[in-house]
Design a protein around this ligand. Structure first.
Ligand code: UD1
Ligand code: CA
Length: 453
């Protein structure tokens, strides 16, 4: 390798994410790049891919609304593009405010949720070894009905320019689309910005840098990218397409790592979820957020799991779990609803039509049938009969219920909190327990009185 090339390759890279557009084609009040794909915002996905491609000096061009710093935090340098005068205007705002003057710049549209680090690395590698090249960018095969910028080439195959949808030449242009990711020679880009033409819509287009580079006799190169990976989200229709593609990618990764997905077409799992091998996911199941599922579980059918931690060998059927922890060997459902703050101990069983929230349920405890447990600490080896209810709310405040190890809560018992039921105590069917029950005793009636102690 010639020395000058080695120098070029080792010159520093910086990156800028263009995220200041209004996103008005979305028709939503949530800014476009904060919509989620696979459970992660579009711009967060872009930032993750940049960091995976060893791009650490990353700035973000934003509008003046403050929505992005609020969502992403202040760890990134932000440049405000005060008027939305196009992608060229966004780049100009960045160059005027903060970029170094030499080296390589990777510019990426913020609305590309499926771009991977691998592809960004390829773009960097391709650009970095060619000091004569001023612009290297991704292109993909596209169909004729899309609005992506199109690549016009000279007869010899070299790139001539990118034409946008408003340009009359767009309709007949070859179906080679511009993905919206560019590697630029910074020094040259600075020298060219003043020459970007203003279009009829008042905007400056970053894509016009291509024909300026050609005019300057500088090299322009392309790297081809998979069309799916290059999906740019402009509308909610695009968002749904990106979601579909991201979902397929995630499910395939799980399947290739030993997780059985019985019916991928009805299974929805965020890219943020972790599932161990030898677990089976049955149809119509949704798993979201930072959920973690251990090995050897059977999840679904018809199950929602949100932000939950599931141990090994658990069975969850037809149930809804939200911010829940299940230790190993727990079985749940069908038709259980476990709400935030529920922690279920090893080998416990929660059957049909039970609802639990903000409670610890001990190991091997069984609540086989309908009932409600809220704000409770239930020990190990407890039996909770059908229709038992913790009456945790007095109309003003929530109160806790404590049930000791080995207790037996009879069917239809109402535990009026705050109340303690001691270890190995019994509450008879239909008992309304308004006072603490000593360990090893039995209470019955309304209100419950001791019948053995
Ligand atoms: C752009 C490209 C098009 C390419 C497509 C790929 C231009 C002129 N066209 O079109 O060739 O095929 O991306 O998806 O660049 N933004 C700003 N400030 C602005 C306008 C936009 O920061 O004033 C940001 C947006 O937030 C967005 C990105 O730039 O993340 C691209 O803008 P967008 O309006 O989506 O461009 P496209 O029409 O998709
Ligand atoms: Ca776009």
């Amino acid at each position: 390798m010639a020395n000058s090339q080695a120098d070029a390759a080792s010159r520093n890279w910086v990156a800028v994410v263009l995220a200041a557009g209004r996103g008005s084609r979305m028709g939503t009040s949530l800014p476009k790049v904060l919509h989620a794909v696979g459970g992660v915002s579009i711009i967060r996905r872009v930032l993750d891919s940049l960091s995976g491609a060893a791009l650490s000096d990353v700035s973000i061009v934003r509008d003046d609304s403050g929505a992005l710093p609020e969502a992403l935090g202040l760890i990134y340098p932000y440049v405000v593009q005060s008027s939305p005068n196009g992608t060229g205007g966004a780049l100009a705002a960045y160059l005027n405010e903060s970029a170094p003057s030499t080296g390589h710049l990777l510019v990426i549209n913020a609305d590309l949720p499926l771009i991977t680090s691998d592809f960004l690395t390829r773009l960097k590698d391709s650009h970095g070894f060619r000091p004569d090249v001023a612009v290297t960018f991704f292109t993909m095969q596209t169909s004729n009905d899309t609005n992506y910028g199109r690549i016009l080439r000279f007869k010899d195959g070299n790139v001539a320019e990118i034409v946008e949808a408003g340009d009359p030449r767009h309709a007949d242009a070859p179906a080679e689309g511009n993905a919206g990711v560019y590697a630029l020679d910074l020094e040259w880009a600075r020298s060219a910005m003043d020459r970007l033409p203003q279009h009829e819509d008042g905007e400056y287009y970053i894509t016009d840098l291509v024909k300026l580079a050609v005019a300057d006799g500088r090299g322009v190169e392309t790297v081809s990218i998979d069309a799916e990976e290059a999906i740019g989200v402009n509308t909610l229709v695009d968002l749904a397409e990106a979601e579909r593609a991201a979902r397929r990618r995630t499910l395939e990764e799980f399947m290739l790592s030993g997780v059985t997905i019985v019916d991928p077409s009805s299974t929805y799992i965020d890219s943020t979820v972790t599932i161990a091998a030898n677990t089976v996911i049955r149809p119509n199941t949704h798993i979201t957020g930072a959920s973690v599922i251990g090995a050897g579980c059977e999840i679904g059918p018809d199950t929602h799991i949100v932000e939950s931690v599931i141990g090994e060998r658990c069975v969850v059927r037809g149930s809804w779990l939200d911010e829940v922890t299940l230790e190993d060997g727990v079985s749940v459902g069908p038709f259980a609803r476990l709400r935030p703050g529920t922690h279920i101990g090893r080998e416990a069983h929660i059957g049909s039509f039970g609802e639990i929230k903000a409670s610890r349920i001990g190991s091997r405890t069984a609540m086989g049938h309908f009932g409600y447990v809220g704000d409770a600490d239930v020990g190990d080896d407890v039996n909770i009969g059908a229709g038992a209810v913790t009456c945790n709310y007095d109309g003003q405040e929530k109160h806790r219920t404590v049930v000791g190890d080995g207790a037996f809560i009879g069917s239809g018992s109402l535990l009026v909190a705050p109340v303690d039921v001691g270890g190995k105590a019994y509450t008879a069917a239909g008992a309304v327990v308004t006072r603490n029950v000593a360990a090893g005793t039995t209470v019955a009636g309304v209100p419950a009185e001791y019948i053995s102690r």
